[in-house]
Write a protein that binds this ligand. Structure first.
Ligand code: ADP
Ligand code: MG
Ligand code: ZN
Length: 193
């Protein structure tokens, strides 16, 4: 039988994943706003690689915007998280180094609600290791889909429009499109990362 005396407030990890334009950032902002309405202390982080909409804020493709701390790598996060923070939200998790997985686990261990959003796959439809690991370790996972720009079916693939072979190329509608399984064309493999 459950012993109510053993109850303790505990943290957990929520992952919001999906392709580009699937509303990950919008969903992250929605959850943050709800926590703020409940008067909880929220700290938001974004990668300094994501320069699309200016630093120190998180902005969705429909221009919904909230303030965020911009960090270069995962090791900067723990020292910035304050003791009385209830919720730690991190956008573009796929831009971070492997250390972000341990950072999220440590925050959850400290009793924080950790909400992360990011791409589950890259421009070749290969999983981002960091997102994949967090999906496996999270308590709650949400996969969003976008609308295929070619046919209108549900889209879970990110089609890069340029021939760039780097894994991370920051861009928006000029550089990427959401595509369904049938309309996605996988670019050829390359050694370049
Ligand atoms: P993500 O963070 O997943 O890239 P955002 O939350 O920033 O997505 O933006 C989602 C918004 O993008 C949608 O609400 C919509 O206004 C816009 N959008 C643009 N292209 C598409 C598309 N092909 N499918 C769905 N939404 C799109
Ligand atoms: Mg986003
Ligand atoms: Zn399609």
């Amino acid at each position: 039988m459950v012993n109510p005396l053993l109850y303790h407030k505990q943290g957990w990890i929520e992952v919001i994943c999906g392709c580009m334009f699937s509303g990950k950032t919008e969903e992250l902002i929605r959850r943050v706003r709800t926590a703020l309405i409940a008067k909880q202390k929220v700290q938001l982080f974004n990668s300094s690689i994501d320069t699309r909409y200016g630093i120190n804020s998180i902005t969705s493709h429909n221009q919904n915007k909230v303030a965020a701390l911009c960090v270069k790598n995962s090791s900067e996060i723990l020292p910035l998280v304050e003791k009385n923070t209830h919720v730690v939200a991190i956008d573009e998790i796929n831009f971070f180094d492997k250390g972000i997985v341990d950072v999220c686990e440590e925050l959850a261990r400290r009793g924080k609600r950790v909400i992360v959003a990011g791409l589950d796959t890259d421009y070749r439809a290969e999983p981002f290791e960091v997102t994949a690991a967090l999906l496996a370790k999270a308590e709650f996972v949400t996969k969003n889909l976008a609308v295929c720009t070619k046919c209108g079916n549900p889209a879970s693939f990110t089609q890069r429009l340029s021939k760039d072979k780097k894994r991370i190329v920051v861009g928006t509608t000029d550089a990427y499109q959401a595509r369904c399984r049938r309309c996605f064309r996988k670019p050829r493999a390359t050694k370049a990362k």
